[in-house]
Each structure stands twice: as structure tokens, then as C-alpha cells.
Design a protein around this ligand. Sequence first.
Ligand code: C2E
Ligand code: MG
Ligand code: MG
Ligand code: MG
Length: 286
Amino acid sequence: FAALGAEDPVAVYDASTDPHRPERLTLMTELREALDRNQLRLHYQPKLRLADDRIDGAEALLRWQHPLRGAVPPDTFIPLAERTGNIRRVTRWVLASGIAQAHVWAARGHALRIAINLSARDLDDADLPTRVADLLSLHAVAPRNIVLELTESAVMGEPDTAVQVLKRLADLGIDLAIDDFGVGQSSLAYLRRLPVREIKIDRFFTQKLGEDVGDRTLVRSIVELGHRLGYRVTAEGIETRAAFEYLRDVGCDHVQGYYIAAALEPDALEAMLTRDGGATNRGVRA
Ligand code: C2E
Ligand code: MG
Ligand code: MG
Ligand code: MG
């Protein structure tokens, strides 16, 4: 997909210059069919709060099990949906499904904040805050139980419209998080003017925490600076005990990664929550 200009978040899909055009148009037709037939699913990756080793949140991640192609990864179909104008329908489905799930878990007594990924293109949609507010009241979900994740490029891309939409979402009482922090173009100076509450350190910086002194210094600095600026800090892509312990030592707030669990079907996540009366990470450090 490099030919599409994957680095450019505002690139417009130009079918006439796309050598893989037929296949991509087919994939997008199939994505619309999958939406119509309700064949997309959300899986949920637990977020562990290091202060008390509790799972207090989960990130919704899209899964598309294609009848012939098998699992199509979101890194493949989301960028394409963005460029072909299909992303808003995808986001609408994700918001409806994720907020409905938040209601189910709250009703069963699980204190979980559900994080939902938005795309850059969603912030061009001035109706988005109203749609989110309607879904919250439809499903009787408290705004504080929802976090919306945006990448740096999404909030840098179209400052005027995006800032308005972000402010209205934050005014609803929803927390906004900057996803994949550190790999994009944004400056903390700019982010500080946005109603952002959380930064998520990209796994690029956390993968080698066990051995790479430079990465350790960098991650510690991001955590400290983030805290000084009033952000909650989550580290993504935690795969090893060494990385987990390091993040605990430097006072990171939350960790997410295969070391705790991959994204799980809702039932599997709930089983993990109820096991050990919620002291779910006992196995993590065993
Ligand atoms: P992301 O939001 O940064 O999500 C984190 C990705 O890292 C997920 O990949 C997750 O499965 C993976 N991951 C989690 N822990 C680990 C780990 O320890 N090691 C490694 N190597 N990977 C880990 P996934 O589910 O394939 O999603 C990829 C990206 O697709 C997401 O990155 C997000 O940008 C996008 N995406 C997924 N679901 C949605 C959605 O509902 N809406 C939108 N707009 N984008 C989505
Ligand atoms: Mg995310
Ligand atoms: Mg991320
Ligand atoms: Mg990502």
C-alpha cells in the first residue's frame, strides 16, 4: 500500500494511478457488504493500571474475518477505507458496537473504560460529537467510561475543523488520548492546546526496553514530561517482563501489550476479569 502514500494522512485516493485498483475496489465493496451483514467484530485488549495491577480499561480493535480471504488486518483495510470515503460508516459501526459493549460491562459491574479508535477523516465530520452523544444516551453509558484515541497526524492534519470536533467531544465528558505517541509530527507545544488527557507511547519505543538504553531513557522522559503536563501515560506493545517492570519503575500509569493479553473476544476478556476476583494480572508476573 506504499503506492497510496501511506505517510500522508490527507492523501486522497486516486484510482487512476493505483496499480492495484481492481483488487482494492473489490475489497472496499466487500467491506461495505461486511458492514451490511454485520460481519465485523470488535475485540478488546485489556489495559492494566500499574498503581494497583487492575484491568480498568480495554481498547476496542476491529476484526474482519473475511469468508474467503481469512482475517483482513485493520492496518490493511482502515487506511484504504479512509482513502475511499468508507471510514465514516466503519466508525459509526465501531462507536455503536463499542458503546453498546460498554453498557453491557457496566451493567455487569465491571469498571472498564472502553477506548475506541477514530481516524483522521472522522474529525472532518462536524456531526460526530452529536452522534457520540446520542449513542451515549441511547445505551445509558457515562461519558467517562469512553476514551477516544486519535493519532498525532489526525489532530495535526486539519487543525480548524479537528479542534472544534475535539473540543465538543471533550465537552461531553469523554477523554481523548493521543495514540502512537512519538512517531508522528506533533509537538507537545501544540498538543497542549488540545483537550487531550492521555498519551499512548507507541510500541516502537517500548519493544526493546529490556536491552536498549536509549529507548529506556526516551520512555522515562516521555512519562515524566507527560505527567508534568498533566497527562495520563499508557505504554503500548509491552511484550516482556523486562519492559513491564521498567514501566512500573518509571511510574507509567497503564500498560497494554501481549505480556498482559492480546485483543480478546468480549467473553474471553470478561472471563479474565472475573478470574481471581479481578486480580487479573496475578498470572502476568508469575
Ligand atoms: P493501534 O490503535 O495503535 O492499536 C494497537 C495495535 O497493536 C493493535 O493492532 C494491537 O493488536 C497491536 N498490539 C497490541 N499489543 C501488542 C504487542 O504487545 N506487540 C505487538 N507487536 N502488537 C501489539 P491491530 O488490532 O492490528 O490494529 C492496528 C491499527 O489499526 C490500530 O493501531 C489502529 O490504528 C487501527 N484500528 C484498529 N481498530 C480500529 C478501529 O476500530 N477504528 C480505526 N479508525 N482504526 C482502528
Ligand atoms: Mg489505538
Ligand atoms: Mg497505538
Ligand atoms: Mg497504530
